[in-house]
Design a protein around this ligand. Structure first.
Ligand code: AP5
Length: 226
């Protein structure tokens, strides 16, 4: 039995940032549906153009497409020992699908919700830059690269995501309230939900999350030993 760690929180809460820190510390693979969809959208096919349009609008990609994306990714070998889910599930049908996949593989779902006030979310998103090649996340103020607008890791130019414009951010936050926030009750009712304070430096937030993951990893090992 392995743990699937679901990072939840509104846009800009730091799910991507914390996923990268967790992957480094605990050696777990990151399954970030936003990154997978952005990668898919770069092809020159009608399907890729459709995904690109949905991403740019700030709407959610359909549950049917996500079902295929997540099944194809979670069945890969690197997920056998568990994984970090960033951006999935976001709707009740997606949560039910994840339940089914976890049951089939005998895995546990542990949900960590990152709490951040709205004003801070807007500040974080409006200054975000990303590397398209390695998905590293920067911020012009909070995590600037060593060389302006260039990725520290691979020297590639950094980009602003098209969905990080103020209008699209509002739309994404609205959808989060409507479709994703209700999942917190769903996981809370079955005692699988942790909430962490997402303010402070990325390292401050990481120490709170790492404590939870370390505890849950011990539980996982204890269960496996029985
Ligand atoms: P996705 O890529 O998942 O984006 P998101 O959920 O909108 O979340 P963000 O990436 O905006 O925020 P984050 O919490 O990861 O913050 P980050 O760490 O970057 O999804 C994009 C789109 O794909 C969706 O809109 C949808 O269309 C589609 N999609 C994806 N999954 C889907 C699904 N399951 N179903 C349907 N559609 C789906 O941090 C933000 C900034 O803040 C960064 O610049 C960072 O450096 C900075 N920062 C982070 N933490 C701190 C800190 N503690 N202090 C200071 N700065 C910080």
């Amino acid at each position: 039995m392995s743990n699937i760690y679901v990072l939840m929180g509104p846009q800009g809460a730091g799910k991507g940032t914390q996923s990268q820190l967790l992957a480094d510390r605990f050696g777990l693979p990151i399954v970030a549906t936003g990154d997978i969809l952005r990668e898919m959208s770069r092809k020159d096919t009608p399907f890729a153009h459709h995904v690109k349009e949905v991403l740019a609008s700030g709407e959610l990609v359909s549950d049917d497409i996500l079902a295929k994306v997540i099944r194809d990714r979670l069945c890969l070998n690197d997920c056998v020992g568990g994984c970090i889910l960033d951006g999935f599930p976001r709707t009740l049908p997606q949560a039910l699908l994840l339940e089914k996949i976890a049951q089939e593989d005998g895995n546990r779902i542990v949900v960590i919700k990152i709490d951040v006030p709205r004003e801070l979310l807007l500040r974080r998103l409006s200054g975000r830059r990303i590397c398209k090649k390695c998905n590293s996340i920067y911020h012009v103020e909070f995590k600037p690269p060593k060389v302006d607008e260039v990725c520290d890791l691979d020297g590639e130019p950094l980009f602003t995501r098209p969905d990080d414009s103020i209008e699209v951010i509002q739309q994404r936050l609205q959808l989060y309230q409507e479709k994703t926030k209700p999942l917190l009750d769903y996981y809370g009712e079955s005692n699988r939900l942790y909430r962490v304070d997402g303010t402070g430096t990325p390292e401050n937030v990481f120490s709170r999350i790492a404590e939870i993951v370390a505890k849950e990893t011990n539980t996982e090992r204890g269960n496996a030993a029985q």
